[in-house]
Design a protein around this ligand. Sequence first.
Ligand code: GMT
Length: 398
Amino acid sequence: MKIGIVCAPTYGGSGVVATEVGRFLARRGHEVHFISSEVPFRLLHDPEANVRFHEVQTLEYPVLNGNLYGIALASKIIQVAQETGLEIIHAHYAIPHTISAFLAREAANGGLARPLKVVTTLHGTDITLVGQAASFFPVARYAINASDAVTSVSQWLKDETVRVFDIKRPIEIIPNFVDVAKFRRGLTPCKRSVFAPNGEKIALHISNFRPVKRIEDVVRIFARIRQEVPTVLVMVGDGPDRDRAAHLACRLGISHDVHFLGKQDAIEIFMSCADLFLFPSEYESFGLAALEAMACEIPVVASASGGLNEVIRHGETGFLAPVGDVDAMAALGVRVLRDEALAHRIGQAARQEVHDLYLQDIIIPQYERLYERVLAGSYMVAPKSESRETTYQFADGI
Ligand code: GMT
């Protein structure tokens, strides 16, 4: 198949998942075209045969009040589809990517060699933050309803999407996955001696440091753990709440044990030798970083919220505590850092869970089958109108 993937190129779960989907589709013989503002960062250092990148160049023009990226993206999609005969656009993020794909299809006005199908994957913040804002709501709902197929990375996100947007159409759950050859214990070079020269344990947090990640909770949890077990905290990533977290570490007098490393490409280097992963988010539609930590056999302490309840089985493959319950999360951290047998058992079970449920060989065929059904016209017949009473009809009786 000839597949166009539209995604955010920067650090962040949706861009990572989109890149890995494209990479593994290419390895299975499909022709994959990434269309984005920059080369997705996980593709930068690891190019693949069968993968092409097409840069969207936009224009900031003050008279038009802002960013014209969505329109430039639509033009690029038309150009790529005309040049390569794309069959599918797989949009990761409903806004603006799905809308740009619709615009491309409409604007091409029959000028494409083949009809272009649009598959949308919902990742979370496109629904929970952006889509719910009043200025985007009706268009986000339209993106979901008018896509040829829609997938969600968790049951929780699907339920939220259906509830918030009153969606009647089918949404398939295709969870995220991990490349276990890359994310595994004991990679070299391990940075343990750099951060923990005196044999301290290493607690790790990786995110984009946005408010939803509750970064200050990470610091508070660590401060409590450190009183019980010699530990350092490694913070990978950057974002709006970094300074608040650094300031809090200062106020608590622990900043010499907190290492802010900023954005890093090869996060597996840190994951492969950490002892604990702290992930106290307000919610996560999935929590890809938690899954990557599980693949590296690190016990994860996370909040019992959103899709994290699906990814982590409390006491078996990691630990969950109520959102904001810093004391409970610290107690779980202390327990697992003190008890090596427990840490080993949880780490092994976590890695096994990834092998059982979240391998690329399990997940990628699910996308392939979806594309095939969409191309065969056996997925769904689009409704004529978008009213609440609309009943959807399925050519294959689903
Ligand atoms: O906030 C982030 O973590 C970034 C965001 C994104 O869109 O890149 O992540 C979302 O998608 C990831 C990949 O499916 C999920 O693993 C994250 O849980 C989700 N983030 C939130 O729901 C907050």
